[in-house]
Design a protein around this ligand. Structure first.
Ligand SMILES: C[C@@](CO)(OP(=O)(O)O)[C@H](O)COP(=O)(O)OP(=O)(O)OC[C@H]1O[C@@H](n2ccc(N)nc2=O)[C@H](O)[C@@H]1O
Ligand SMILES: Nc1ncnc2c1ncn2[C@@H]1O[C@H](COP(=O)(O)OP(=O)(O)O)[C@@H](O)[C@H]1O
Length: 380
């Protein structure tokens, strides 16, 4: 049952932390963010995400998809290319407050990065026209719906363009970017924000801008409230409108099932709905969240839950299902939804929860909290 701020009534992460952390360490050897509907590997090789057990066509289609994928990333091979990971996040604690004069809301947001991530490939290419061109392609993977956003509107393109402006860069050039999307959009997992941070990290390297150049963070903040978090990653508390770093928390290595029903929640719609009926978080919970110095001590609360569940009622069903699952220690909606994250005692337990959620027709993944950020993974 939900309390007023949408927090779980099952024991919180803090109350189950020692069991969670010790048990999950063995599970960490499993693949990161592994899909859970994976059938046993066939003799021909291990089919991965999305292949159907018992369907003889599935492996062939996967092979075709792999070839297509290599073609897409082939042009990013070589010393002039960079690869950047863009991790997902969940909000362990989200306390939305008053609306400011600019329309944004005050927020205390404690976010934790996850192993689940998008990958950005970037390289410089010859100029196509005067000034900067951004040549962006995007491919969804792992059962994630294709991103319905024009390349010019993609936040990655905006990040590259805005960073060039901030640097007053006046060069005729093309920045080629390919985004492998494994994080669903409008999911409260910060996929777009993380891609934007990763684009800044990648293009800064291509343009020879040092990682600690303050313009990177300034541009990040201008792109969205959540973007600065991904430059830092791990577990961190942000205030302001969720964009001002307050302090770090020691990260958790607990395992998590992510469960998302069909349909997303628009962040701005969630905030508008919240304004019509604001929920408040108990002062004692807010104090405990602000005092926490370890992710495991943060009370799991989110006062956008009621608003998002009004916009997408099936979310309440997902949250109730996850909260009542025997393998789940605590469950909470992340951000403005539409993902519910369920903290589990082991990776196997998270995989079981995710498999059962998939059987209900929901997108689901088993993953882990991780001390990761938007970061280069080296040139190929
Ligand atoms: C709710 C949260 C929780 O982490 O994340 P998501 O669920 O979107 O991942 C964040 O507050 C979302 O941050 P982000 O996704 O970067 O939002 P932005 O692009 O900056 O803003 C989108 C819209 O949300 C509203 N907004 C956002 C942040 C905030 N503190 N107050 C707001 O009112 C504004 O209407 C804004 O136009
Ligand atoms: N690279 C991108 N990845 C995801 N969404 C993007 C991207 N670029 C633009 N968008 C837009 O941003 C919206 C919010 O996406 P996202 O950040 O993934 O969700 P959330 O804010 O719920 O975490 C999407 O619905 C989409 O229209």
């Amino acid at each position: 049952m939900a309390n007023k701020s949408g927090g779980p009534s099952v024991p919180g992460l803090s109350e189950t932390a020692s069991t969670t952390l010790s048990r999950s360490s063995t599970a960490a050897t499993s693949a990161s963010s592994a899909a859970v509907s994976i059938p046993a590997p066939s003799a021909a090789g291990a089919p991965s995400e999305g292949s159907g057990a018992g369907d003889p066509c599935a492996v062939d289609l996967l092979d075709v998809a792999r070839v297509a994928q290599q073609v897409e990333t082939e042009r990013f091979r070589g010393p002039g290319s960079v690869r950047v990971v863009a991790p997902a996040k969940v909000n362990l604690f989200l306390d939305i407050g008053e609306v400011r004069s600019d329309g944004y809301h005050e927020a205390v947001s404690i976010m934790h990065a996850l192993l689940l991530h998008d990958v950005l490939h970037l390289r410089l290419a010859p100029a196509r026209e005067a000034g900067l061109s951004v040549d962006l392609t995007c491919r969804s993977r792992g059962g994630v719906a294709p991103l319905d956003v024009a390349p010019e509107d993609n936040i990655v393109t905006k990040a590259v363009r805005r960073f060039a402006q901030a640097l007053e860069r006046d060069v005729d050039e093309t920045v080629a970017v390919h985004v492998e999307k494994r994080i669903p959009a409008q999911a409260g997992l910060g996929g777009g924000s993380s891609d934007a941070a990763a684009a800044l990290v990648g293009v800064a390297r291509l343009w020879g801008v040092p990682e600690d150049d303050p313009r990177i963070e300034e541009v990040a903040r201008s792109l969205g409230a959540d973007v600065p978090f991904f430059l830092r990653g791990g577990c961190a508390c942000f205030t302001g409108v969720g964009d001002v770093f307050s302090h770090e928390l020691a990260p958790s290595n607990a395992c998590v099932a992510l469960i998302k029903p069909e349909g997303g929640v628009s962040t701005s719609a969630a905030y508008r709905t919240f304004d019509a009926c604001p929920q408040r978080i108990a002062p004692a919970d807010r104090r405990a969240a602000l005092d926490a110095r370890h992710a495991a001590d943060v009370p799991l609360r989110n006062n956008l839950t009621v608003a998002s569940e009004q916009l997408l009622p099936v979310l309440a069903e997902v949250r109730a299902w996850a909260s009542g699952h025997a393998d789940v220690q605590a469950a909470l909606m992340s951000g403005s939804g539409s993902t519910v994250f369920a903290v589990c005692p082991s990776f196997d337990a998270a995989a079981r929860v995710a498999a059962q959620a998939q059987a209900r027709g929901w997108w689901a993944r088993a993953t882990m909290f991780a001390p990761v950020r938007a970061a280069m993974v080296g040139a190929r």
